[in-house]
Unconditional design. Structure first.
Length: 262
């Protein structure tokens, strides 16, 4: 079910499904939206209450001209969780969303019961200037058609995406402010403090999922997360950067099982 909530001056869009006793919050990656979880919301909602958020600047949420830093995002998500009165909540973030989720758990552990990170970028070395896949994906900013958008989305994992998903992405990226938000969020993640030296401070159990074939953020960068005290790291075969799209049944099983453990 599509819903909207006003957080400060920003009208945020989210999708809610399921009536499970435990709730999981899904946070998409750069350029994504609640559509990113189209293969996950339904299956996860069979056992959990699922809340999938469009981060400000993306999807159907407002796109003001602001600095979309990681600090802004985790602060916004904290207010969102408080507004919906769903804390403590299991939080699952993909890519940029994983970076946001990890910072949320570090700064507001009272809001987070469990943490699922999907190929997160927050522990990359400063020398990492972006993979070739990222720069190919960034062509989505200049796409003038569904076809060009589809080509940019396929660059993430060198795998095709369906026409419906590409069409939705093109329409959302064509909204006023969306392209500026994409660039600002990309810069915000790159400039954010690294997680590496702070991961051992995480107080909540964490599940880290990484595709062995990830060319956006190669699996070698999972090492800092492997060293976390309360973490289990699962490397998935036949998966790239979009683990939840590449192998949705396995992803849904792992995530729902982990969220329901507590």
């Amino acid at each position: 079910m599509d819903k909207f909530v006003k957080i400060g001056k920003i009208r945020a869009h989210y999708v809610e499904a399921g009536r499970g006793k435990k709730t999981i919050l899904l946070i998409h990656g750069l350029g994504g939206s609640t559509d990113s979880w189209e293969n996950n919301i339904g299956p996860l909602s069979r056992r959990l209450r699922v809340v999938a958020l469009d981060l400000p600047g993306f999807g159907l949420s407002d796109k003001p001209r602001i600095n979309y830093s990681i600090k802004f995002y985790y602060g916004f998500v904290a207010r969102f969780v408080e507004s919906l009165k769903i804390a403590p909540v299991a939080v699952c973030g993909s890519s940029l969303g994983g970076h946001v989720a990890a910072e949320l758990a570090l700064h507001r552990p009272d809001l987070v019961s469990r943490l699922v990170l999907v190929c997160p970028p927050g522990a990359l070395p400063r020398s990492f200037k972006g993979s070739p896949a990222l720069w190919r994906y960034s062509k989505v900013l200049k796409a003038t058609s569904v076809k060009e958008t589809k080509e940019a989305l396929a660059a993430v994992d060198n795998k095709p995406v369906d026409d419906a998903y590409a069409r939705s992405a093109f329409e959302k990226m064509s909204m006023p402010g969306a392209r500026d938000a994409f660039l600002s969020a990309l810069a915000g993640s790159a400039k954010a403090p690294r997680l590496n030296s702070r991961l051992d401070r995480l107080q909540v159990p964490a599940l880290v999922l990484w595709g062995k074939d990830d060319i956006m953020i190669p699996v070698q960068y999972a090492q800092p997360f492997i060293q976390m005290k309360k973490s289990r790291v699962v490397l998935l075969e036949k998966c790239g950067h979009r683990v939840h799209r590449d192998r949705p049944e396995l992803f849904n099983s792992l995530v729902s099982g982990f969220a329901l453990e507590a």
